[in-house]
Write a protein of this length. Structure first.
Length: 437
């Protein structure tokens, strides 16, 4: 109810004045709103002083002009289809005018005259069908009284099935109560003037709109609801591009050192530094640098659905790269420790292949843990509402899309509630901008 743009009123014109006066004082009119009224209101129903209405006629007209529509059934159908009475709508109306001219010197035809005529036919057809059904059960509608539930329910049932072509057009009923037929739609376009802007054909379920005759206060049709636009708040290019350049430079630098070590591998100092483990250290650095690139590939680049895959790749690269790089450094340090703490003074030889084997064991542990993580608690994406802010004249409600496992997302949610922030490492923020026009 906070975003009502189309308001339908059903009541008397006196009550409508009070409602529109209240709408004037509360600002419920103008380019953002549309009001609907019954077609039987006279063309200047708001005009005239009313002690119960705290608005002038001009103020009421200001809320009504170009913002209100009226619906009513046509007086007669212009179709050439013959109605149940044996006449077309045009023939019926011409005969009506002829008889009135012969009988009265002056008269005024009600806008509901065709509807009343079809209503009588509806009742007659309903009673006739009810009587036919009752005769088969050896009873009659003449036995009807207000305590006879059987005849009453039979009449309602026959009316609910009733559909025919009347002088106002095609007519049908829903549950024996509501009459559905063609509808003319008028728009208030000046003091006491309404323009025919649309026509609804119930038989074909078609609405024909005369756009050229429509007038709008704001120059265009109002929005029928607040438009919600989902905008993914990605990492700024001004930040992402420099970080990618630095990471790529790190990868190129690591590759350059690897090439240099390969060329100088027989040099005494290079040979003493264990080239094979140096390759491992540099390769681990390359994996860590690569993980930075995948970390920056948020939903704006790879898409919302694919974000979790870049997160998985990032986690694998970072974990394996860290283990390879720092594991190699640790193993080289461990070899030096073992050599200098050789209490027995025995000849101790620890070759690179032994260290690489131990490095492989560390990698195996890492891979097992990562595989179990994916199988038991896989990475998923979810929206976490982190609050709402006001952006210019729009209401912003930014849910956060967090790619991560259920456990990780629960922990992140707790951190967000406690600190008011989110883990930016695995986060894709998504803004929901509500444009109020």
């Amino acid at each position: 109810a906070k975003d009502v743009r189309i308001i339908i009123f059903f009541g008397s014109s006196d009550t409508a004045k009070k409602v529109m006066c209240s709408a004037y004082h509360h600002g419920y009119y103008g380019p953002k709103y549309v009001w609907w009224f019954q077609g039987w209101f006279n063309p200047a129903w708001w005009d005239g002083q009313d002690p119960n209405v705290n608005c002038t006629s001009q103020q009421l007209f200001q809320t009504i002009n170009n913002n209100t529509f009226y619906t009513k059934n046509p007086i007669y159908s212009t179709s050439n289809t013959v109605s149940v009475s044996g006449k077309t709508g045009t023939e019926y109306y011409q005969n009506l005018l002829k008889r009135l001219n012969q009988t009265y010197s002056s008269y005024r035809i009600s806008n509901s005259i065709g509807t009343i005529y079809d209503a009588i036919w509806s009742l007659a057809l309903g009673l006739n069908r009810t009587e036919q059904g009752l005769i088969r059960n050896k009873t009659s509608i003449s036995d009807f009284n207000y305590h006879n539930i059987h005849i009453r329910s039979r009449l309602v049932e026959e009316l609910s099935k009733l559909s025919f072509y009347g002088v106002t057009g095609y007519i049908s009923f829903i549950n024996g109560s509501s009459r559905l037929g063609d509808v003319i739609i008028w728009q208030q376009q000046g003091w006491g003037f309404r323009s025919n802007v649309a026509f609804y054909h119930i038989e074909h379920d078609q609405l024909h709109i005369e756009n050229s005759t429509l007038l709008w206060s704001g120059g265009k049709p109002p929005q029928d609801h607040l438009h919600v636009k989902i905008v993914i708040q990605t990492i700024a290019k001004e930040l992402f591009i420099p970080v990618c350049v630095v990471s790529c430079l790190g990868i190129v630098f690591s590759l350059s050192i690897m090439i240099y070590v390969a060329i100088k591998r027989n040099h005494r100092h290079i040979k003493m530094s264990s080239p094979k483990l140096n390759y491992c250290i540099l390769f681990g650095c390359i994996l860590c640098y690569s993980s930075i690139l995948f970390n920056g590939m948020d939903a704006g680049i790879v898409g919302y659905k694919n974000r979790k895959y870049t997160c998985i790749i990032e986690i694998w690269l970072l974990n394996l790269g860290f283990t390879i790089a720092f594991g190699s450094v640790m193993l080289k340090t461990w070899r030096i420790f073992k050599i200098f703490n050789n209490v027995a003074q025995l000849k101790l030889i620890i070759k690179d292949k032994h260290l690489i084997l131990r490095l492989g064991q560390l990698l195996t542990i890492d891979i097992i843990i990562l595989i179990l993580w994916i199988l038991i608690d896989p990475i998923t994406t979810s929206d976490v509402n982190i609050g709402s802010n006001i952006l210019m004249k729009a209401r912003v409600n930014p849910p956060t899309t967090l790619p991560g496992s259920k456990t990780e997302n629960k922990l992140t949610s707790i951190i967000q509630h406690a600190t008011g922030s989110a883990d930016l490492q695995l986060e894709v923020r998504k803004l929901r901008i509500v444009i109020a026009e």
